[in-house]
Design a protein. Structure first.
Length: 270
């Protein structure tokens, strides 16, 4: 369904009033096949905005009318990728990729790389500005999953993110959550994002708030070897996740920079 952003003039109301109105929208929305995704309130100007997944504008406004009577003054159709790009950056937490003294902890870590598939072709097709919006959408999705699963962003790679985890199982759960989030994103966005993910576990070397070494290289190469919309992990990582994780053996993979083939596994996420 289309995604709409509406605008209300609500001077004199408080944040608590707006939260209560949103709660009432949620109570009514199911009767009309509408989803109120979120809202924002600018108490200085007395304006509120709602992000709505609805069949059409009239249906969305019927929910407002029945719930509390505050029908929007303006409504526009928006693309979810643009919303993710800009609002995602506003709502994201500060990356927690560093220790309190500014050093990355060099202990056992799981390293994860994400990579936007065919990012160069995407830029050629969409142009620089729109392509940057799509990269921001990717960043918002990945950073939200990192925050929820205890991951820490180490750095941005231009068309992906490198992250570190204390816990291997949490890293795999995060990778699954990322792919599931992109699947939902693609259902609602005209422009699609395909991502590949690679993970390895070990003791990377820490230097200048970055991580280096064979573990980082392995995770990066596994990511590069992965098919679109898949998650590939190393043999080492496969031994650190609980039995029953459903990993599927891909057999030995020849990876650039590694003399010997390495055993790799695919993580199911659907």
């Amino acid at each position: 369904m289309p995604i709409y952003l509406d605008r209300h003039d609500l001077k004199g109301l408080t944040a608590a009033d707006i939260a209560e109105a949103h709660r009432k929208d949620l109570e009514v929305q199911g009767r009309y096949g509408v989803r109120f995704l979120t809202y924002w309130f600018d108490d200085t100007r007395g304006t509120a905005f709602c992000l709505i997944d609805a069949p059409d504008i009239d249906t969305a406004m019927r929910v407002h009318d029945e719930a509390h009577g505050a029908v929007a003054r303006d409504v526009i159709e928006v693309d979810l990728s643009a919303v993710e790009a800009f609002l995602g950056r506003v709502s994201d937490p500060v990356p927690a990729g560093h220790c309190c003294d500014g050093r990355v902890d060099p202990a056992l870590r799981t390293i994860m790389f994400t990579d936007i598939v065919d990012s160069t072709a995407m830029t050629a097709r969409l142009g620089d500005v729109r392509a940057v919006e799509m990269v921001r959408a990717h960043d918002a999705v990945v950073r939200r999953a990192l925050h929820n699963k205890g991951g820490r962003e180490v750095k941005h790679t231009g068309d992906g993110i490198m992250a570190a985890f204390d816990d291997a199982a949490a890293a795999v759960d995060c990778a699954r959550a990322i792919q599931q989030a992109f699947e939902a994103f693609n259902l609602a966005s005209r422009e699609k994002l395909q991502v590949r993910i690679g993970l390895d576990a070990g003791e990377p070397v820490s230097d200048h708030n970055d991580l280096f070494g064979a573990t980082v290289q392995m995770a990066a190469r596994l990511c590069q070897s992965a098919e679109p919309d898949t998650i590939v992990v190393s043999d080492t990582l496969s031994g650190l996740v609980p039995e029953g994780s459903g990993l599927v053996s891909l057999g030995p993979k020849a990876l650039k920079g590694f003399a010997q083939s390495v055993e790799a596994y695919e993580v199911p996420w659907r």
